[in-house]
Structure formats: structure tokens, C-alpha cells
Design a protein around this ligand. Sequence first.
Ligand code: EPU
Length: 436
Amino acid sequence: MDSFIIKGGRPLRGTVRINGAKNACLPLMAAALLTDQPVTLRGVPALSDVRSMEKLLATLGCELTADGTTRTLRGTDDSKNVADYDLMRTMRAGICTLGPLVAARGTATVSMPGGCAIGDRPVDLHLRGLRALGAQITLDAGYITATAPADNGGRLRGGHIFLGGPNGSTALGTANVMSAAALATGVTVIECAACEPEIEDVGNLLIAMGAKITGLGSPRVTIEGVDKLGGATHDVIPDRIEAGTYVMAAAITGGDVVLENFPTVTLGAALDRLNEVGVTVRPDDQPAGFVPGMQDTVRVHAARRFNPVQVVTQPHPGFPTDLQAQMMALLTVADGNAIVTEKIFPDRFLHVAELLRMGADITRVGPSAMITGVRELVGAPVMCSDLRASAGLVIAGLAAKGTTTLNRVYHLDRGYEKMEVTLQALGADIERVKES
Ligand code: EPU
């Protein structure tokens, strides 16, 4: 297992190009199961989760061709329809194969995804959605089997589905049900559909494959099923979470960083909170009439002292839960008391204990944490617990006085492409070492 050793205190300076979005890429790859034609994705990030999805799809009869950041997937063996626990336990997004498999192959058996450090991750909404499309679902020995109705020629049938749960919509659940409905007979309406840009991206690939979908990016998505889907070539959207992470890393070090391929339009809530903190993100050349886009070039401007703010995570277009830990790291050095409330995964606070080890002053009360800004953080050995908590600890380490040793960085490799290399290029003192 690898660790990062970070010597904090160096301002980041330079340019970063944002990679393709992990959370779009994984369900996009699963959509290749809907056709026997080639699906080509461009701008695929080099992440361990992507490699896990490639392995899973190989066991499901998909051939893969790789060329740089381009991947072509082609379903060549539709007799394979069992997604094994060994692959499913490493990556929750594997559940996204269930909808495409049952829609295209009539039946599928997929292991329940494993538990997760950020709290309970049920799949009841995925199953509710597929049942509403007529699938018969059984659970046995940790595996879900879904079968399309025989009285409909082995095809799913359209239905009206409410996909909201106690914490709002479900991102991967929407991708799963929408993908399945694309090949169902009749019309499907998903209410309380996820509005996340990554799910919109999945819908756009499906449309390119021949699906008939309207309402993408809104809480009501309508899908008119078609008999067959074909191949397509699709550019993966830039990763808004990677983008937000590098903004916060630049800001906390008082650096001067330009970000390319920056999806400003997807980051409204995060940029609004950052603006209150004293961090602005905008292009150099048109500060006044700037229309936020999907692939902007922007520069991060950070105040010398940060204002404390209230942050509440919510489904998109609210503040993303996947930037909560990074934002908390930034607020540890703000001038006063900030409050962060987590409304998507109320237990997603494993970074708090590690930030305390670095001298932060944080009090957690249920799904909220009060962060009292300190003058400076101090380096310490800390443990990565999950992907975004680890990103928060890197941000803290970049600003801290002294040395921070971040253990178990394999969590980071799931979602950030060679993060230490990117940070080194910006002047950070960070190196990857083998854990002793
Ligand atoms: N939920 C249910 N039942 C379900 C599904 C979800 O109650 O069947 C609940 C969850 O427990 C949570 C809420 O609904 O409270 C939202 O969860 P969602 O289903 O949207 O999460 P997800 O689709 O499994 C994706 C991302 C996560 C991200 C969440 C929320 C991928 C691979 N994962 O997960 O990303 O936090 O949406 O935006 O797309 C990460 O990248 O670090 C990460 C965890």
C-alpha cells in the first residue's frame, strides 16, 4: 500500500487540465451492455475504479480496446450475465450493470455492492425502479437476480416511477433505470430523477445510441423505449469534483492556479459558497460578461483570510457531497465558526477525526459539524478512509506546517488520476512512497 508524504506550506502555481468525470464514466461504460455495437468513450480518466469496471465488463462479455484516453467497448457475448461479488465489492458503480443487462439480455444476476465507509448505501430505489418496469427481482446469497417479464416477450415494459428516497434522488439509480427503460416497450416517466450532470451525460450517450429521452437534467425524465440501440462515440464530461478539489487546494495554499477544461456551469453551488469564503474562480480575460460553460479556462483568486460560511450538501444543483470533506479542510483555517451539514450521507465525516489530528477545531453534532477556524494546521500521520475524505486530507496537508503522512492512498487512486504528479507540477512538496 502506498502513502503520500506532504511537506506543507508551498503555494501552488501553474496549470491543471481537468480529466473526464469518474462518476459519468462508470455508468457510461455500463451502457455498452445495451448493444452489440461498439461504444467509444473519449476522455476516460486513468483511475482504479475505471479499471475495475473494465474487468467487470470483460466478465460480462464486453471486448475492450484502449487507445490513450479512448476506450471502445463492444458486447460480443450476451450469454454472460452474472456480475461477481469479487469485482462488485470494490466499486459500487458495478450496480449500474443490472439495468442494462436485464433490459438487453432478459435476465441478470448481480452481486449486492459491498458496504462503504461513507455510510449505508442501499440499492432499494434501483430495485424499485426496475420492478416498476416489470422486472421480477429475487435476492439470494447476496446476489440480486432481475428477470424481464416473459409475457412481454422477455422485455421490460415502460412505467411511471418515483425514484426519490429519504435523502432525495439517486444518481446511479436514475442511470440504471433510465438505461433499462431505453430498451423497454412503451414509455417510462422517472419522477424525482437525479439532475446530476453525470447522469445527464449518460442520457446523452443513450440518445446518441438511438434512445428517445427528454427532460435530462430535470427531475422528470421521459424515455420512449426503442427495439434496439446501436453504437456511438461520446466525450466524457469533465470531472466537477476533481475541478472543485483543485480549486480548494489552490486556495488554501494562497496559490495562483489556472484550470483548463473546467466545468463552471456544473459547480454553481460550490462556487457560490467559495465566493462567500473569499475564493473566486473566473477567466482572466472576461471577468464581467462571463457565461459559465462546460470547458472553461479559469484562474483561482483567493483572499488572504477566509470567511466562515454555512454549507449544506444536497442533490444537484445543491452543494455536492463529494466536495464536503475538501470544503471542510478549507474552513479549518477560516476566520471564525463555519457549519457544514451533510444531507446526502449523514455519516460521511470520517475525515473529522483525522483533521483533528492536524490541529483543526471541529465539533460534530449528528449530520452537522461546527468548524472553528485555527491560525494554522500542523502536519501529522493520518489515515485515508474513503476517496473524498482523502482529498480533504491532502488539501489540509498542503497548507499544514510540517509533514503530513497520508496512509492508504489507494482510496485516492480510485478517483484522482495521479494526484501527486499533478500537485508536484504545481510546486507542491508531495511524494508517493511504499508504506512500510
Ligand atoms: N439511496 C437510497 N436507496 C438507493 C440508492 C440511494 O436510499 O437505492 C440514498 C443514499 O443512501 C443517499 C442518497 O440516496 O443517501 C443518494 O445516493 P445516490 O444513489 O445518489 O448515490 P450513488 O448514485 O450510489 C453517486 C456517486 C457518489 C456520490 C453520490 C451522490 C458514483 C459512482 N457515485 O453514488 O460518489 O457521492 O452519487 O452524489 O457515481 C464519490 O465519487 O466519492 C462518490 C461517493
